[in-house]
Write a protein that binds this ligand. Structure first.
Ligand code: AMP
Ligand code: GLY
Length: 421
């Protein structure tokens, strides 16, 4: 088979690499991909993810069997609808169904209607009304831009100053443009966070192994929210009963609810959850694989990803099996300053010297035969181990030897799980 993956980050690097492991797959194209992917045999296609007509023309000309859509933006732009209208197979939700990620307000309405456990909330477009509500509820409180904001539109306000500033930024100054002309204000949930993803085909839900992402920029979960600074799986401190409850009370009702709403979902459904004393509660839904969760979760998939997607696209029952032994960790290396202002053009270490780890590149390009950075999250170093400690050691051992002067990474990825068996 010839496959096309849309997207350019570490997540897409991991998806492409996994697809290439399949004996059924001859070629994996990635549009646009990034220069670090070519060492793994992935073929880059220089067409941007929002250029649907050119992507369709490419898929036809190259006899692509099906395409896999990585990021949320093309999904919300209706790329799956456009591919299908052109007679092509594409895996991901239709535009209507991607709204589960595209509007936090819609996701909240869905959860309320189908009794999916989530934080209590209210939606506002008016600054004074929002401020009055926040004042009444008190801090800590969580303020979220309604639309897409690349993981940065969420403020967990510890005091009234932060809360007022966040409301001002979003509602008065439209910091995230139209995405923040509406905000969801929600109850702060205390507990461990975990990500539960599933392959979904309408009413059928095939859960993956859970993982935990580290969203804050700095160690000890301090600093601003980012797209994610590292992840690991499994998450030993989250009991299996919590996971089962999340599958039954969150994922299945969400898939069924979407059908009821005329927005039947096919693709990867991602529930961001907090394990509270009252069970799992949703903090967000995404309509795609997570980044960096994918880089660790797909390493645990024992069956053939290309076969699974082919089965789902042709209404057959997929065979899905997960590794149950050991651990996977991934640590993101980011440009100094990320998620705010940061430099680009930073030279990257020679990855061929790294031992016992897998590198997934994201914000990189080739300059005179050398890889340099173009983005904030530059690459992820992943490793497996019989224990979390062993996997961590492999990663940090390589990173400490590499020249990482203008970059930073968190030293505490996986720390919550370290003392668990
Ligand atoms: P989101 O983009 O919605 O996942 O939010 C980004 C981060 O903010 C999450 O990963 C959590 O760490 C935190 N967060 C979001 N909503 C809540 C909430 N209701 N209670 C506590 N923390 C939250
Ligand atoms: N790692 C969080 C996300 O992909 O949204």
């Amino acid at each position: 088979m010839k496959l096309l993956v849309i997207g350019s980050g570490g997540r897409e690097h991991a998806i492409c690499k996994k697809l290439l492991e399949s004996p059924l797959v001859e070629t994996v194209f990635c549009a646009k991909g990034n220069a670090g992917m070519t060492v793994d045999g992935i073929q880059l296609v220089d067409i941007s993810e929002d250029n649907h007509p050119e992507l369709i023309a490419f898929a036809k000309k190259n006899q692509v069997d099906w395409s896999f859509i990585g990021p949320e933006v093309p999904l919300l732009n209706g790329i799956v609808d456009d591919f299908e209208a052109a007679g092509l197979k594409a895996f991901g939700p239709h535009k209507k169904a991607a709204l589960i990620e595209g509007s936090k307000d819609f996701a909240k309405e869905l959860m309320t209607k189908y009794q999916i456990p989530t934080a209590a909330h209210k939606t506002f477009t008016d600054y004074d009304e929002a401020l009055a509500y926040v004042t009444e509820k008190g801090v800590p409180i969580v303020i979220k831009a309604d639309g897409l904001a690349a993981g940065k539109g969420v403020v967990v306000a510890e005091d009234m100053n932060d809360a007022t500033l966040a409301l001002k930024d979003m509602l008065l100054d439209e910091k995230f443009g139209a995405s923040s002309s509406k905000v969801v204000v929600e109850e702060f949930l205390a507990g461990e966070e975990f990500s539960l993803l599933a392959f979904v085909k309408n009413d059928k839900v095939y859960p993956m192994v859970i993982s935990q992402d580290h969203k804050r920029a700095y160690e000890g979960d301090k600093g601003p929210n980012t797209g994610g600074m590292g992840a690991y799986t499994p998450v030993p401190q989250i009991p299996e009963t919590m996971v089962q409850e999340a599958i039954e009370k969150v994922l299945r009702p969400a898939a069924l609810g979407m059908i009821q709403e005329g927005r039947s979902f096919t693709g990867i459904l991602y529930a961001g959850l907090i394990a509270t004393n009252a069970g799992p509660k949703v903090i967000e839904f995404n309509a795609r694989f997570g980044d960096p969760e994918t880089q660790v979760v797909l390493k645990r998939l024992k069956t053939d990803l290309a076969e699974i997607i082919t089965a789902l696209l042709t209404d057959q029952e997929p065979s899905i099996e997960w590794e149950t032994e050991g651990f996977e960790i991934g640590v993101v290396v980011a440009a100094e300053g990320y998620p705010a202002e940061y430099a680009t053009g930073i030279s990257l270490p020679d990855f061929s010297k790294f031992k016992d780890v897998t590198v997934y590149t994201a914000g990189v390009q080739k300059q005179e035969e050398e890889l340099v950075s173009t983005g904030g999250r530059i690459y992820l170093v992943g490793a497996s181990g019989a224990s979390l400690a062993e996997a961590r050691e492999k990663i940090y051992h390589n990173l400490q030897k590499a020249d990482t002067d203008q970059t930073f990474y968190r030293m505490d990825i996986g720390h919550q799980g370290l003392h668990q068996k």
